[in-house]
Design a protein around this ligand. Structure first.
Ligand SMILES: [Zn+2]
Length: 148
């Protein structure tokens, strides 16, 4: 019997949910606010919620550090959104507005935007800067998840 538990933070109310890993495919719902834990959209997070997601996601996390004044960031946004749709419950996609969260950008040593950072089990696996087309983005994520 598989009793492994998985933790996941709700994208709406940011409550930490815990449920059996085999329930991951059953469109899990937040125990607190009843939102779907997988909305198919990137989740906008502030500094507090970012740490919460990184430390409490039972699946890998991909973070897009961006800013509203950054042209390449804005043109990358639809790609990131499309990625969220494709990955389903395999990957958590977060967006951090570095203009609203400047201290976070400094804490995470973000030097140029967009920057993409990939995390698993609270640890950074890889990061890169620049706006990728979707196939390259997928390839980059898969490469770093499989070699780590
Ligand atoms: Zn919730």
């Amino acid at each position: 019997m598989n009793t492994q538990k998985i933790r996941l933070v709700c994208g709406e109310c940011h409550t930490i949910n815990q449920f059996p890993a085999e329930r991951l495919d059953d469109t899990p719902i937040c125990a607190q606010c009843k939102s779907h834990l997988f909305s198919g959209e990137p989740i906008n997070v502030n500094s507090t919620n970012l740490i919460r997601h990184i430390e409490n996601s039972g699946i890998p996390v991909l973070i897009d550090f961006w800013a509203p004044w950054c042209g390449p960031c804005l043109s990358f946004a639809p790609t990131f959104k499309e990625m969220a749709k494709i990955v389903g419950n395999q990957l958590r996609l977060l967006k951090v507005d570095t203009q609203d969260n400047q201290q976070t950008a400094m804490d995470f040593n973000i030097r140029s935007i967009p920057t993409l950072a990939l995390y698993r089990d609270g640890e950074e696996l890889a990061r890169t800067s620049g706006a990728f087309p979707l196939p390259q983005l997928q390839q980059w994520v898969i490469q770093h998840l499989t070699e780590a």
